[in-house]
Design a protein around this ligand. Structure first.
Ligand SMILES: [Ca+2]
Ligand SMILES: [Ca+2]
Length: 205
């Protein structure tokens, strides 16, 4: 087991308290939340398809999903679909999951602005998070991402679906200090349901 993989890389605030209070998606009516229905805080500027490296904390945004995936994989995967519409296809998913040791950049998760992996009319936005190695066993924490980045959109309270890659699972929390569990260990979700537009902390595991 590579020791590097076992280190917890804290991006932004560290998880202060990993309590499971509030478990069960979307049951806390008083919890801070984003828009209930239509998205209101649309992109102001910059490309809609962004990447975040957990190693360098660098972010970049691109006009196309294809460009974002190419950057997130250090040029290894260059044929992802252009728009970010719907989930990555099976071929691209397989390519993303080939990212193992020795590759420069390994995709851990893609966050989608809309439910059903962005299978929705525009505007479409994606946030692809990458690291330098695959994740370890699903319930062993890799790192905390909180608060979420503010790029062409503010990703806080704006995720409706996500996909994990390279053995990475996600837990989603309502607040930037990683409290108020919204969504427990999962490899993906096509629709966060009552937890839509509420995530401000993701723990990758
Ligand atoms: Ca929230
Ligand atoms: Ca893990």
């Amino acid at each position: 087991m590579n020791k590097l993989r076992r280190n917890c890389i804290s991006v932004g605030l560290a998880a202060a308290a990993l309590t499971v209070a509030g478990l069960a998606a979307g049951t806390s009516a008083a919890a801070e939340s984003g828009p209930d229905n239509g998205k209101t805080d649309q992109a102001k500027s910059g490309g809609s398809h962004c990447t975040l490296s957990v190693k360098t904390r660098a972010t970049q945004c691109f006009d196309t999903f294809r460009e974002a995936i190419a950057q997130a994989t250090a040029g290894r995967v260059t044929d992802a679909n252009l728009s970010g519409l719907a989930s990555v296809d099976g071929k691209t998913a397989a390519e993303l999951n080939e990212g193992g040791f020795g590759t420069a950049s390994v995709v851990h998760g893609i966050q989608y602005y809309w439910e059903n992996f962005n299978n929705h009319p525009p505007p479409l936005h994606t946030l692809t998070v990458s690291g330098t190695a695959p994740c370890t066993t699903p319930t062993e924490t890799e790192y905390v991402l909180a608060p979420l980045p503010i790029l062409s959109i503010n990703w806080n309270n704006n995720i409706r679906s996500f996909q994990g890659f390279n053995h990475c699972w996600q837990r989603m929390w309502d607040h930037p200090e990683c409290s108020g569990l919204l969504w427990d260990y999962s490899a993906n979700s096509a629709d966060l349901g009552a937890a839509r537009d509420r995530t401000e902390c993701i723990i990758f595991s």
